[in-house]
Design a protein around this ligand. Structure first.
Ligand code: ADP
Ligand code: MG
Length: 578
């Protein structure tokens, strides 16, 4: 040690002090965290200021749930944990919805919340915003940690990061009692206590016999199908996905957030022949997708004759196997490693998927596309979904780099099938829960993380959950164009209260609302569009200018249906109907 003759103790302490604020910022920066999404307040106000001063980008939202949803989607887009920062109890609870959402979707996120004094909280003596946050967070996320001592900040942050991104990614809660931030320690010792996470999400290579087993199953197929899920999009193994699909020649079905992994116009895309391929396929290769409600749990009449489908499943989480049906060939590992192993094992002489089957899928797909095409051209006013989305479809085709955010009921279901995607991770939507309220958080994070223009296609109800964030979009001058599909209500805008009271029906909103004026109120551009031509003009202008824009798109209140495509999940009473 070149310490000029000092004793060890003297050499390792500098006489200068650091504190919890600085250590937490340094620990995040050391691990390449660049952005924090949050809402300031007690006890983390000064932390946010100092983080900004230290070169982190700190984006302040109007509500923690939206900041959390931004962090969650940042995790999906970057493979790094999205960071959400909140105040104690109520702010923490607001952020928790997003943390649970991230966990459910297998996206890495860390919710960092300030908390009140442990000694008082644990004796339930009634502190300001008293809450045992750690205990509450635990069942709702992948891991939860609390840091009590400044010298543990390095380890605490490292654990949180590794827990969020390794294996199946998910949400992590990190509890920061307010008095931790003020704790001081020697600066040199503090620096030494920080931990850089090495190889946070190690490659997970499948076992060779598992690969052989899968190859045998795939070889036996007469009607094979690949299902690409958002885990495959998350994995950023885009070349391996393409190589596997094209080497095998097997038709593929993208789940909604996997759209664009290969362009929806790819010859082997079976998106528009979804019913046919689910029903008829005999071997299905699941790539980062789960057999949950979105795929009828892999059974039932959607899947054809009982027992007629064999599954190969690629997933990083071993416990996902057999979750709903038997998996004939489980492949546990990361998407990139597993697909590369499969493609290598297939080699050059592997027989392509049977032509008869591939042609049948293509014929069905072409017929469905031809059937839909004329409806997308209509210029009706007020607009129906096909007309409005037909216009937006052309815009995404012309601007394939733009990121599409999409939520709503009918607005979601129609947009998913009508708007083709051309590049990976460009479609951000409601995810596994089918949750409403992720729109503005997703739009903001998409713009911040990628710098690309964002088009947010929102049902009027869905928009309402996070609509106040238009101020945030204006404040940071983000290139976000929001299109509100305004049909005066939830599902449809035509419901009438027939119960003899003065209140409006439970599913309608103020008629002819001007959502565009909300954006104008904060200095952005607000436009009303009554037909698809006007809509296309306004969106193109927004995308060219990059200015925050909200377009109030007038949709026929009669056009939608109750609960969109999932009406069967909505119980309806027959007894109470008079
Ligand atoms: P979708 O809704 O598109 O079907 P899901 O969210 O249901 O997708 O499934 C995603 C799956 O991908 C999860 O089971 C998750 O464990 C898995 N996964 C996430 N990241 C990876 C990865 N890097 N490698 C392999 N599997 C992954
Ligand atoms: Mg509506």
């Amino acid at each position: 040690m070149a310490d000029g003759g000092k004793t060890n103790v003297e050499a390792e302490t500098s006489g200068n002090l650091t504190d919890g604020f600085h250590l937490l910022i340094d620990a995040l920066k050391l691990n390449d965290v660049e952005t924090i999404y949050g809402v300031p307040g007690i006890p983390i106000t000064d932390f946010g200021r100092m983080a900004q001063a230290a070169g982190l980008r700190v984006l302040s939202f109007r509500h923690e749930q939206n900041a959390g949803n931004a962090a969650a989607i940042a995790g999906f887009l970057t493979k790094k944990p999205g960071i959400c920062l909140t105040v104690s109890a109520p702010g923490f609870l607001n952020g928790l919805t997003a943390l649970a959402h991230a966990t459910t979707n297998c996206w890495p996120m860390i919710l960092i919340s300030g908390s009140s004094e442990r000694e008082i909280v644990d004796l339930m003596q009634g502190d300001y915003e008293e809450m045992d946050q750690l205990a509450i967070a635990k069942p709702l996320c992948k891991a939860a940690y609390r840091i009590l001592h400044a010298q543990d900040i390095g380890i605490g942050v490292a654990r949180a990061i590794r827990a969020a991104v390794s294996g199946r990614p998910g949400g992590v809660y990190l509890d920061i009692p307010g008095n931790l931030l003020g704790q001081v320690m020697d600066e040199v010792e503090g620096a030494k206590s920080l931990v850089k996470v090495i190889d946070a999400a190690p490659a997970q290579i499948p076992a060779p016999d598992a690969v052989d087993r899968a190859i045998d199953v795939i070889k036996s197929a007469k009607k094979p199908l690949i299902i690409l899920g958002k885990g495959a999009a998350y994995a950023q193994a885009d070349d391996a996905v393409r190589a596997f699909v094209e080497t095998s020649g097997i038709p593929y079905l993208p789940m909604s957030m996997a759209k664009g992994l290969l362009p929806d116009t790819h010859d082997l895309s079976a998106g528009p022949a979804r019913s046919l391929v689910l029903k008829e396929s005999d071997v299905v290769i699941m790539v980062g997708a789960r057999l949950n409600w979105l795929l009828s749990h892999g059974k039932g009449k959607q899947w054809g004759e009982p027992g007629s489908t064999k599954f190969v499943q690629i997933d990083i989480e071993p416990r996902e196997m057999d979750s709903n049906v038997e998996i004939a060939a489980p492949l546990v590992g990361d998407i990139g490693s597993v697909l590369t192993a499969l493609t290598d094992a297939m080699g050059k002489n592997f027989p392509k998927a049977p032509t008869e089957w591939v042609d049948a899928v293509k014929a069905k797909k072409d017929a469905n596309i031809a059937k839909m095409a004329p409806t997308l051209q209509n210029n009706a006013s007020p607009m129906n979904y096909a007309g409005a989305l037909g216009a937006l479809r052309t815009i995404i085709k012309e601007r394939p780099d733009a990121i599409l955010v999409n939520e709503g009921a009918n607005t979601l279901d129609f947009a998913r099938s009508i708007i083709d995607m051309y590049k990976p991770r460009k479609r951000l939507d409601v995810g596994t829960w089918g949750v409403m309220g992720v729109g503005m958080g997703s739009a903001i994070a998409a713009a911040v993380e990628t710098g690309l223009p964002v088009l947010a296609v929102e049902g009027d109800s869905a928009f309402g959950f996070s609509g106040m964030e238009v101020e945030t979009i204006c404040r940071y001058n983000l290139p976000v164009c929001i299109v509100v599909f305004n049909n005066n209500g939830i599902y449809r805008g035509t419901d009438v209260n027939t119960n003899g009271t003065d209140d409006p029906a439970t599913t309608v909103f103020v008629e002819n609302s001007r959502y565009d004026q909300m954006m104008a109120a904060f200095g952005g551009v607000g436009v009303q569009a009554e037909n698809p031509d006007e809509l296309a003009r306004a969106v193109n202008a927004a995308m060219d200018s990059g200015k925050p824009t909200l377009i109030n798109a007038i949709i026929d209140p009669k056009a939608g249906k109750e609960s969109g495509n999932i009406g069967s999940l909505n119980p309806v009473s027959v007894v109470s109907k008079k």
